[in-house]
Design a protein around this ligand. Structure first.
Ligand SMILES: Nc1ncnc2c1ncn2[C@@H]1O[C@H](COP(=O)(O)OP(=O)(O)O)[C@@H](O)[C@H]1O
Ligand SMILES: O=C(O)C1=C[C@@H](OP(=O)(O)O)[C@@H](O)[C@H](O)C1
Ligand SMILES: [Mg+2]
Length: 168
C-alpha cells in the first residue's frame, strides 16, 4: 500500500499527532490530506467543543460517524478525531480502501501534549476518567489497526518516515 487509489487513515488518542504528522506525511508521500475534525465542524456549523458543550459527547460521536461514512476519497492521508473508532460502521467504511495506522502514545505523553482537556472537545462520558478512556480506546485502536506506530520519543518527521516506510 498505498496504490494511488488508497488512503492512509491515522487513528489514535488526541495528541498522538494525527493532524500534524498527517500533513507532513501527505506532503512527503505526494498524497492529498483531509482532517475529519474540520469536516465535522463545517458540517455542524460549530466547533467540536461547542457540539460537546451544547449537545453532549454522544452528539459529537453521531455527527462524526455520519461524516466518516460519507467520506469518499482516494489517495488521501485522512487524519481522524480520537473518537472515530467508536463507530464500527465508520471504521469498516474507511477500511474498504485504506491502510489504518494507529499512532500509539502513552497516557503521560497524551496529558503532556494536550494540556487542558476541558477545552479540547473530548468525546468522553462525564463520569469517565482519562485513564479509563485511554484503556477503553486502546482496545479499539488496536482492533482496527493494520499497522501500529509508536509515536513518542520521536520527532514528527521520524513518525512520518516510519509510516511512509511501512504503509506507503
Ligand atoms: N512526535 C511529536 N513530538 C512532539 N510533539 C508532537 C509530536 N506529534 C504531535 N505533537 C504535538 O502534539 C500536539 C497534538 O498534535 P496533533 O497533531 O493535533 O494530534 P492529534 O490530531 O492526534 O490530536 C501538537 O501540539 C503537536 O505539535
Ligand atoms: O478524542 C476525542 O474524543 C476527540 C478528539 C479530537 O480530535 P484529535 O484526536 O485530532 O485531537 C476531536 O475529534 C474531538 O474533539 C474529539
Ligand atoms: Mg487532530
Amino acid at each position: 500500500m498505498p496504490s494511488p487509489l488508497n488512503n492512509v487513515v491515522l487513528i489514535g488518542m488526541p495528541g498522538s499527532g494525527k493532524s500534524t504528522v498527517g500533513v507532513v506525511l501527505a506532503k512527503a508521500a505526494a498524497l492529498a490530506f483531509v482532517d475529519t475534525d474540520l469536516l465535522i465542524q463545517s458540517h455542524a456549523g460549530e466547533s467540536l467543543q461547542s457540539i460537546v458543550d451544547n449537545n453532549g459527547y454522544e452528539a459529537l460521536r453521531s455527527v462524526e460517524e455520519q461524516v466518516l461514512c460519507n467520506l469518499d476519497v482516494t489517495g488521501h492521508v485522512i487524519a481522524t478525531g480520537g473518537s472515530a473508532v467508536y463507530s464500527e460502521r465508520a471504521m469498516q467504511h474507511l477500511k474498504r480502501n485504506s491502510v489504518i495506522v494507529f499512532l500509539d502514545i502513552s497516557l503521560a505523553t497524551m496529558r503532556q501534549r494536550i494540556g487542558d482537556f476541558s477545552l479540547r472537545g473530548i468525546s468522553k462520558r462525564p463520569d469517565q476518567t482519562l485513564e479509563e478512556l485511554f484503556a477503553e480506546r486502546r482496545v479499539l485502536y488496536t482492533r482496527y489497526a493494520d499497522l501500529v506506530v509508536r509515536g513518542e520519543h520521536k520527532t514528527q518527521d521520524q513518525v512520518c518516515e516510519e509510516i511512509r516506510r511501512e504503509a506507503c
